[in-house]
Ligand binder design. Structure first.
Ligand SMILES: [Zn+2]
Length: 508
C-alpha cells in the first residue's frame, strides 16, 4: 500500500524523536526514560490513514533497541477520539526484527461503547507504547517498518505440543479459583478439590468475598443471597480441603466492588450516600472503596481478621492497591492529605498525575506516597493482628509484576516494602505473560522485589495467547521456574479448561 498522501513532519523534542520514511511506510522512534516510576511508558504517535478489513488486519516489522527494561508493548489504532489496542511481547532479542501480525479479532474492544466497533474504517493514526518494567533510566528506540494492511485470513499455525515435565517432589503448586462456588457452576467444592488434588496441587486460593458481599456467613461483610440458597461456600470449600489434604488460603478482593452482581443489592447506593466510594479525576464515583477512608479500612481489616478466625490455612489479599493513577480525590482524601502535607494550592489539580508525566511536583510526589501509605496501613495492621491472634495462619497477596517505584507510581502498591517488613509469608506476583523470554525476566524481577520472602509466580493460563499453545506455554513456564530455582507457582484461573491442562501435565 502506497502512502504518498501522508506527510508526517518529524516531531523532535528533547526526549522524543519520531521520523518517517514514506517510501517504505516506516516509522522510527526514540526516547530517553528517566529513573523512577514516571513516565510509565515511552509513547509515540503517528498520523496515518488505514482501514482494518474484516478478514484481514495489519502487520509490520518491529524492532526494539532495548527489550530488557520493557514490560510489554501496545499498539493502539486511533479514530478521532476512539482507540482500539493490541498488546504484544515478542520473543526477540534487542535489535532483532520480527513481523507482528494483528488480525481484526485480536484487537481489544472491551473499552469501547457496546464493546465493539461497527465498521472498522477510517483510522487516522496509531500510538506505539513501550511500557517500563524497571525503575532505572534507559534509552529506547523502536521501529515500525513496512506497515501493511492485509485482506486474507491468517492461517492458524500448527499447534505446539506440550512437553511432559518430570514430577518434582516438594514443589508448591497453588491455584486461584475465581468463583466462590468451585471451578464451575456444575462442579461442587468436593469435586473441584478432588480434581485439583489428583492433578498434584497443594493449595487452593478461592475467591470468597469482595467489599460488598461474602459467600459465607459473615458478621462484618454483607452476605450474598447465594449463601441462603446454596449454603456457606467457605465451609464447603474447607471441608473438601481437609478431606483431600489441600491447603486453603481464602482470597479477599480488597477495595474493588466489582461488576454488578459482585455485591448485595443496594450496596453501591449505600456507600455513595455515606461518601465512601472513591472519586476519579472527573469527580465521578467509581466502584472502588476509598482507601484513605477510616471506615473502609476498618471494613477491610475486620474482614481479613474474620477470615483468619475461620480455620483456614491462610488469608490472601488481592486488589490491594488503587485502580490506576486517576483516583482518589474525595473530601476524606483531601482532609487526610492536607493534615499530613499542608494546604494544597488547588485540589485535586495540584496532585493529579498520569502515566505520561515526565517529572512530578512535590505535591504530586507526596500524593503518590500518600496513596501507597493508605494501602500499606491495611496490610500492616492485618499482619500485626493475625501474627498475634492467629499465628498459624499464613498471610499472602496477589501482587503486580514489576515492583519498586514503577508499581508504586501506577497503582500505589509498595509490595516490596511489605516483604522487607515481614508483613507477608508469601507472594504470588501476577506474572501473566505469554512470551517465555518476558516471563523469565519477570520472575527474576519479582523475586528481587520479594526480598527473600517466598515467591510463587503466577502463570496466567486463562489469559495466555494463542489459545491452542496454552498447554505448551504452561509447561515451558513451569520449566523456566524450576530452572530458576523457584519452589512453586500459582496458576490462574482454576476453570474446567485449566483443570484439564493441569491434570494432563501434573497427574502422576
Ligand atoms: Zn478518597
Amino acid at each position: 500500500m502506497k502512502l504518498n498522501s501522508v506527510v508526517l513532519a518529524a516531531i523532535v523534542t528533547a526526549i522524543s524523536v519520531v521520523s518517517f520514511a514514506a517510501e517504505t511506510n516506516s516509522w522510527y522512534f526514540s526516547k530517553d526514560i528517566p529513573a523512577g516510576g514516571f513516565p510509565q511508558r515511552a509513547r509515540w504517535e503517528a498520523d496515518y490513514r488505514f482501514d482494518i478489513p474484516e478478514k484481514g488486519g495489519i502487520s509490520f516489522d518491529f524492532t526494539c533497541s532495548n527489550i530488557e527494561p520493557c514490560l510489554n508493548f501496545t499498539l493502539h489504532a486511533r479514530r478521532g477520539t476512539t482507540w482500539v489496542g493490541y498488546s504484544f511481547a515478542p520473543d526477540i532479542a534487542s535489535g532483532e526484527k520480527t513481523r507482528i501480525v494483528i488480525s481484526r479479532k485480536d484487537w481489544n474492544v472491551k473499552d469501547l461503547p457496546g464493546g465493539k466497533l461497527d465498521d472498522w474504517k477510517g483510522f487516522d493514526g496509531f500510538r506505539l507504547s513501550a511500557w517500563r518494567a524497571v525503575d532505572k533510566a534507559f534509552q529506547i528506540k523502536c521501529s515500525i517498518e513496512n506497515f501493511t494492511v492485509f485482506t486474507e485470513e491468517v492461517p492458524v499455525p500448527q499447534k505446539r505440543e506440550a512437553v511432559k515435565l518430570p514430577p518434582r517432589k516438594g514443589e508448591r503448586r497453588l491455584a486461584w479459583c475465581h468463583r466462590a462456588w468451585g471451578m464451575s457452576d456444575k462442579a461442587s467444592w468436593d469435586y473441584t478439590i478432588r480434581r485439583l488434588k489428583n492433578s498434584g496441587f497443594t493449595d487452593i486460593i478461592p475467591n470468597m468475598c469482595r467489599p460488598g458481599g461474602a459467600y459465607y456467613e459473615s458478621k462484618v461483610l454483607p452476605v450474598m443471597s447465594y449463601v441462603k440458597d446454596h449454603g456457606d461456600q467457605l465451609e464447603a470449600c474447607l471441608k473438601a480441603c481437609k478431606k483431600y489434604g489441600v491447603k486453603c488460603h481464602v482470597w479477599k478482593v480488597n477495595w474493588y466492588i466489582g461488576r454488578p452482581g459482585g455485591c448485595v443489592d443496594g450496596f453501591v447506593e449505600k456507600m455513595r450516600e455515606a461518601g465512601r466510594l472513591a472519586i476519579d479525576t472527573d469527580g465521578k464515583d467509581i466502584r472502588w472503596m476509598c482507601p484513605s477512608n477510616p471506615e473502609n479500612r476498618k471494613a477491610e481489616i475486620d474482614a481479613m481478621l474474620e477470615l483468619a478466625a475461620k480455620g483456614v490455612d491462610g488469608i490472601h489479599f488481592d486488589f490491594i492497591r488503587y485502580r490506576w493513577m486517576n483516583m482518589c480525590y474525595c473530601n476524606v482524601c483531601k482532609n487526610n492529605f492536607e493534615a499530613k502535607y499542608g494546604k494544597v494550592p488547588s485540589w485535586p489539580k495540584s496532585v493529579i498525575i498520569d502515566g505520561d508525566c515526565q517529572s512530578l511536583s512535590e505535591w504530586q510526589r507526596n500524593h503518590v506516597q500518600f496513596r501507597c501509605d493508605n494501602i500499606t496501613a491495611v496490610v500492616r495492621e492485618v499482619s500485626k493482628r493475625v501474627r498475634k491472634e492467629y499465628p498459624n495462619v499464613a498471610i499472602s497477596a496477589a501482587v503486580l509484576k514489576r515492583g519498586g517505584e514503577t508499581d508504586k507510581a501506577s497503582m500505589a502498591q509498595d509490595w516490596g516494602l511489605w516483604c522487607r517488613e515481614g508483613y507477608l509469608d508469601f507472594v504470588c506476583p501476577m506474572s501473566y505473560l505469554s512470551s517465555l523470554t518476558f516471563f523469565k525476566r519477570c520472575i527474576e524481577r519479582v523475586r528481587t522485589n520479594a526480598a527473600g520472602v517466598k515467591c510463587y509466580p503466577g502463570i496466567g493460563y486463562s489469559v495466555m495467547k494463542p489459545r491452542q499453545d496454552k498447554p505448551a506455554m504452561l509447561a515451558e513456564q513451569v520449566q523456566a521456574l524450576r530452572e530458576a530455582g523457584f519452589e512453586g507457582f500459582t496458576v490462574f484461573d482454576y476453570t474446567p479448561i485449566t483443570a484439564r491442562a493441569l491434570y494432563n501435565q501434573f497427574h502422576e
